[in-house]
Design a binder for this molecule. Structure first.
Ligand code: ADP
Ligand code: ZN
Ligand code: MG
Length: 491
């Protein structure tokens, strides 16, 4: 058996309106080469200017990842040639990145594992090459877009852990609101580094798998690579340090190029940008902008609302979804003094994670967009209160929910109009029970026989309750019906 080491380099596009060193629009999917200017096209003689918003968002991520922000941070030029980068260098950070030595705790079947973050650094993205047939096209809209690179220490051991890291980091940057985390559009991309070695021998020869655009490919690529390297070592071969690509059609990694060394980039400080020394006001604005992060929020939901760890995790999948949950709980508690917070929360969680989630999927509404859902917090809270105090049966609540959505109306109106409100008046229920007692005299007689076995008795009771519900069009409160029938048959 070998020990394996995995380190990730994750790139995220920051949601700044403009690019990192010029005023061009920063957006995905615009007409090619429309968001460009002499600065991001690398014309000679132009001067970059740092977008403070890029720096702020980057520092927010750095802080959320428990990194230290140094007193001074600056930019370097990373020299290399590539057609999608017309300056022949990329402005990046090297000697003093804006975030240093942090960590992210990842959870999974292994428990909780701390993955150290080596650094976070801000750089500009390159343009995009599109290869079609015999020509290659270049789109520079992406050139100069704010890119934050997060580099971990080689602390992970399996593809599953790396996948969890990506997923939890994705959730975190979405919470903080600095990246949409869309891996298909390339807003979050990962390079995965992996080596194996005999236990206790330290790091092995590293292989880098480039440009993984889904967390699943990160897992598959790494697990494939760990196995490939183990087989090679078993066969007495040595591992070549190289860059490989994940071929998703063949489910395997394939060689791309031998990796150049860091020195080859000839980093030197960017002479056209001043050193950035974050002052107290800047640091405070960073602190103030950071919201409660997913992990602590999950823990808080568990204790404050008494939901299970699994429920809390699902609720916290998106910030807006968790907000919706908490706002609804608050609204229920506020409007109904009879419902306590934890039982309200349990009802809300059950609705959210079953019916409402199904509906959102059916209607193609993302969890993050629940803020604009027709079932507003107030409407949802009303349904919860009505079911909690027994005024609305679960069945009718579900029907009401569907009507709220299809007609975009308040549940109170619908319940009134459809006469959905549950009958809880014992006198009214007794009338229906009396009718059924007449119609089903034989069943009553059988149910009253003293020697009946319990199972049969239960079946008969259920049948009679069903009859009463039928009589009241499902509106009688089943608990009261059951009580009255039990009394009548002497059960
Ligand atoms: P490079 O100079 O090739 O970019 P770095 O030292 O900057 O390499 O590390 C890049 C990434 O690779 C980091 O995430 C780091 O944790 C990981 N890494 C470095 N060496 C190894 C190794 N031997 N095995 C696995 N991962 C490694
Ligand atoms: Zn520009
Ligand atoms: Mg490096």
């Amino acid at each position: 058996m070998y020990q394996s080491f995995i380190g990730l380099e994750v790139h995220i596009h920051l949601l700044t309106k403009t690019k990192v060193f010029c005023g061009c629009r920063s957006a995905f999917g615009d007409e090619p080469n429309t968001n460009v200017c002499p600065v991001c096209l690398g014309y000679p003689g132009v001067l970059p200017a740092l977008n403070r918003e890029s720096m702020k968002m980057s520092c927010m991520v750095a802080k959320a990842l428990n990194c230290t922000i140094p007193e001074k941070t600056w930019f370097e030029r990373k020299q290399y040639f590539y057609p999608d980068m017309t300056k022949n260098y990329q402005i990046s950070q090297f000697a003093s990145p804006l975030g240093q030595r942090g960590y992210l705790d990842i959870e999974g079947t292994w428990g909780v594992k701390r993955v150290r973050i080596h650094e976070c650094h801000l750089e500009e993205d390159a343009g995009k090459m599109i290869h079609t047939g015999t020509v290659s096209l270049l789109d520079y809209n992406r050139a100069g877009v704010s890119l934050l690179e997060i580099v971990t220490e080689p602390d992970m051991e399996t593809g599953e852990q790396a996948e969890a890291f990506i997923q939890q980091l994705r959730r975190l940057v979405r919470y903080v609101g600095v990246c949409d985390g869309n891996m298909e559009e390339g807003s979050l991309r990962a390079d995965a580094n992996v080596s194996i070695n005999l236990p206790g021998k330290g790091l092995g020869k590293k292989v880098e798998i480039k440009n993984l655009n889904s967390s699943r490919f990160v897992r598959l690529g790494l697990n494939y690579e760990i196995e490939r390297q183990a087989k090679a070592l078993d066969a007495g071969k040595t591992i070549v340090q190289e860059t490989r690509l994940w071929n998703q059609n063949r489910d395997q990694t394939e060689p791309m190029r031998q990796k150049e060394n860091a020195q080859d980039y000839r980093y030197f400080p960017e002479p056209d940008l001043p050193v950035f020394a974050p002052d107290a006001a800047f640091l405070k604005s960073v602190e103030d902008a950071i919201v409660e992060l997913p992990f602590p929020r999950r823990k808080r939901l568990e204790t404050e609302y008494g939901v299970s760890a699994e429920q809390a995790n699902l609720i916290c999948e998106e910030r807006a979804f968790a907000d919706y949950f908490e706002s609804t709980a608050a609204a229920v508690v506020q409007t109904s003094s009879g419902v306590d917070k934890k039982s309200a929360a349990q009802r809300i969680a059950n609705w959210l994670l079953t019916d409402i989630k199904h509906i959102l999927t059916r209607e193609g509404i993302a969890l993050a967009s629940i803020g604009g859902f027709k079932l507003t917090v107030d409407r949802f809270a009303y349904l919860v209160v009505m079911t909690a105090n027994g005024s609305l049966s679960t069945k009718n609540a579900k029907q009401t929910l569907e009507l709220v959505l299809s007609e975009d109306r308040d549940p109170a109106d619908i319940i009134r109009e459809k006469r959905f409100e549950q009958i809880t008046d014992p006198v009214v229920i007794a009338e229906a029970v009396a009718l059924v007692e007449k119609e089903e005299a034989a069943t009553f007689a059988e149910a009253r026989e003293p020697a009946k076995n319990q199972k049969r008795q239960r079946t008969l009771t259920a049948f009679l309750v069903g009859k009463v519900l039928e009589k009241t069009h499902g509106r009688a409160d089943p608990r009261i019906v059951k009580e009255q029938i039990a009394k009548l048959i002497g059960g």
